[in-house]
Write a new protein. Structure first.
Length: 174
């Protein structure tokens, strides 16, 4: 169901807070450990990321009943995310988004989508090995040191197939 004017205002305020928090966190992290990967490619509008949006939470949030209830209430009431399952060990909530039209493969409230939808899949670059990109996603991680690593691979006595496999697995494609 499309967002009404009140929900749009609430989501706009939540978006400002989210973006401020994200920018600060990334700025501080990059000062300590400069980012290893950047995002290559572009969105091909396959809509796979809308089919079952996921949020990895803090362990304390996942386990504390009242905080967890507020968290899930917020995502259900404000973002239209309905919990369908959870993965206990990595503390992941998996949702169905009520804004997603599976037939048209479209978001009915794209202009007021939450910050996490706007950021995806850049958040995956924060992983040590950013492999969990969806199979048909048009984006991919690119190693910032790819030129140096590619030239090192050229010096190895390995087959062309093996070199190409390593380039893929090490995210060296441009
Ligand atoms: S709010 Fe829109 S962009 Fe975000 S998951 Fe739902 S359908 Fe996709
Ligand atoms: S999975 Fe990737 S390519 Fe597909 S809609 Fe989401 S961001 Fe775009």
């Amino acid at each position: 169901m499309k967002d009404g004017p009140t929900i749009k205002v609430i989501k706009r305020v939540a978006l400002w807070r989210y973006q401020w928090d994200l920018s600060l966190t990334r700025f501080l992290r990059n000062r300590q450990n400069p980012a290893r990967f950047h995002l290559g490619g572009s969105c091909n509008k396959c809509s796979l990321c809308c089919e079952s949006p996921m949020i990895q939470s803090y362990p304390w949030l996942f386990r504390t009943r009242i905080i967890r209830w507020v968290f899930l209430w917020w995502h259900r009431k404000i973002n239209g995310f309905v919990l369908i399952r959870e993965e206990k060990k990595p503390h992941i909530f998996v949702f169905q988004c009520t804004h997603f039209d599976p037939l048209l493969k479209r978001c009915d409230s794209y202009d007021s989508r939450p910050g996490m939808c706007r950021d995806y899949p850049r958040n995956l670059l924060d992983c040590t090995y950013p492999d969990p990109f969806l199979k048909d996603c048009g984006f991919y991680p690119v190693d910032v040191h790819r030129a140096r690593l590619k030239s090192s691979l050229q010096n190895l006595e390995i087959s062309t197939e093996k070199r190409e496999e390593l380039e893929t697995r090490l995210f060296l494609k441009d």
